[in-house]
Design a protein around this ligand. Structure first.
Ligand SMILES: NC(=O)c1ccc[n+]([C@@H]2O[C@H](COP(=O)([O-])OP(=O)(O)OC[C@H]3O[C@@H](n4cnc5c(N)ncnc54)[C@H](O)[C@@H]3O)[C@@H](O)[C@H]2O)c1
Ligand SMILES: N[C@H](CO)Cc1c[nH]c[nH+]1
Ligand SMILES: [Zn+2]
Length: 435
């Protein structure tokens, strides 16, 4: 079977509309998914555990009859950690250490200061009480996503972390369980998809309702999170993975082909794009793709993803490469050049930026330190990687001195009367000092 990767050229007249078609992909399948997800959410909201069990049996090919069969206990998590092969245990703990060290730096502290009139002002930072973390598990199990979701929650001081993860065919992944033990997850339910998001958002007799749901997933998970936003908080829309490589044409084409595969292998819906001013290099990467694809275990998923959502884009120069990249606002951006710092000022929209030829995106997925839960589908224009800040909220603090209340009362009174709100005005005026 051939691979038909889109070839685009900014020089061609139809470039903008071709690019738009490539990026508008999600909304094509969106309508059907919206309806499926709305139905699942409503059903779980109404019927609770019974609906969760039914959907889990249907979508994950299980044969369970009660929720006990969909919950793992702490002993199972600890056992998984204690019986891991030594190399896996070492890698898991090393990755967790790097991720924890990076996220420690994100912790925000409360602060206060005093105005000249003696009024104290400040901001109190409080961790969320209970969060739900979605760990994807449909096509592959993601122990690394357990660490990336749970460690920042822990660093923030969240007391209860409820994890959901699908186990298609009932197959438990021991690394996922071990990662939950390492990251200090409180409860684990082997439920996935929209039914897992619904259970966390509305609560059921068994699954506790959470304050916020974080974590990536496929289109059903991303759509469900979008729909429950408001009932609970969500971090962002972290959907099918994306990689965009900007390359000057001097990196080994096999490296670049494999970097594109690294995200394409996640999902038929994953997006992989290469931008270069060097036409010859684009041809070489295409040849590498054709050469290497047959060697890949997940070649069918990669082929489907490359056929549907990949593009090799020829640009005028590296400045235009950065412009096109900003328009796409990718989840992962590799700057595969000699001097990535020189390009950095031009990059405005990307979830994570991998700088230099040696920095493959895959290192960020597992162990570099930063989070791998990142905004997709162009949402890097306005959102950020999952972080400790997603698990902390802020309350404002105001404590007026008698002088402060008197001075502020005069200002508030005028503004309140301007809004014809007499209660506000008189409440402020009571505290104005009598001369
Ligand atoms: N952005 C990130 O940080 C990040 C990290 C890891 C993975 N990912 C992405 O997460 C995704 C994981 O997807 P996945 O499918 O492997 O696992 P998943 O856990 O996201 O989804 C599996 C669930 O989807 C539901 N589902 C599947 N087909 C359905 C249907 N026809 N109708 C209703 N529900 C259905 C099922 O309930 C199933 O349990 C990939 O797209 C990958 O790229 C993203
Ligand atoms: N690339 C994914 C984020 O888009 C994260 C991941 C986990 N494991 C491998 N990759
Ligand atoms: Zn990945």
């Amino acid at each position: 079977m051939t691979i038909e990767i889109r070839r685009l050229d900014t020089n061609e007249n139809d470039f903008s509309s071709e690019l738009e078609t490539l990026l508008a992909w999600e909304s094509v399948s969106d309508k059907q998914v919206q309806t499926i997800v709305t139905d699942i959410l409503d059903d779980v909201k109404t019927r609770g555990d019974a609906a969760v069990i039914e959907y889990s049996n249907r979508f994950d090919h299980l044969h369970v009859e009660n929720m006990d069969q969909l919950e793992l206990n702490q002993e199972q998590l600890e056992d998984a950690l204690n019986t891991l092969p030594a190399d896996q245990r070492h890698a898991l703990l090393a990755a967790a250490d790097r991720v924890r060290k990076y996220h420690d730096k994100q912790k925000q502290d409360s602060w206060q200061y005093t105005e000249e009139d003696g009024t104290l002002l400040g901001q109190k930072v409080t961790p969320l009480d209970r969060v739900g973390i979605y760990v994807p598990g449909g096509k592959a199990a993601y122990p690394s996503s357990v660490l990336m979701n749970a460690i920042p929650a822990h660093v923030a001081g969240v007391q209860e972390i409820i994890m959901v993860v699908p186990t298609p065919g009932g197959e438990l992944n021991q690394l996922v369980l071990a990662a939950a033990a390492v990251a200090g997850v409180s409860k684990v339910f082997t439920v996935g998809g929209a039914q897992a998001i619904a259970a966390l958002a509305y609560g059921t007799a068994t699954v506790p309702k959470v304050d916020k749901i974080v974590g990536p997933g496929n289109i059903f998970v991303a759509t469900a999170k979008r729909q429950v936003f408001g009932t609970v908080g969500i971090d962002m829309i972290a959907g099918p993975s994306e990689i965009l490589v900007v390359c000057d044409g001097k990196t080994d084409p096999d490296w670049i082909a494999m970097d594109l595969f690294s995200q394409a292998e996640h999902d038929e819906d994953a997006q992989a794009i290469l931008i270069s001013p060097d036409q010859n290099f684009l041809d070489q990467v295409q040849a590498s793709i054709e050469k290497l694809l047959p060697t890949m275990a997940r070649k069918d998923i990669i082929r489907a993803s490359l056929n549907a959502r990949a593009a090799l884009i020829k640009v005028k120069d590296m400045n235009e490469a950065c412009e096109v990249s900003n328009t796409i606002a990718p989840e992962h951006l590799e700057l595969s050049v000699d001097d990535p710092q020189a390009l950095l000022p031009q990059i405005r929209h990307a979830g994570a930026i991998f700088m230099g030829r040696h920095t493959s995106e895959a290192l960020g997925d597992y162990c570099a330190g930063p989070n791998h839960v990142l905004p997709t589908s162009g949402t890097a224009r306005f959102s950020s990687p999952l972080g400790v800040y997603d698990f902390q909220k802020r309350s404002s603090l105001i404590m007026c001195s008698p002088e402060g209340a008197s001075e502020l009362g005069k200002i508030a009174s005028v503004l309140a009367r301007g809004e014809q709100l007499e209660g506000h005005a008189r409440s402020a005026e009571y505290r104005i000092k009598k001369q």
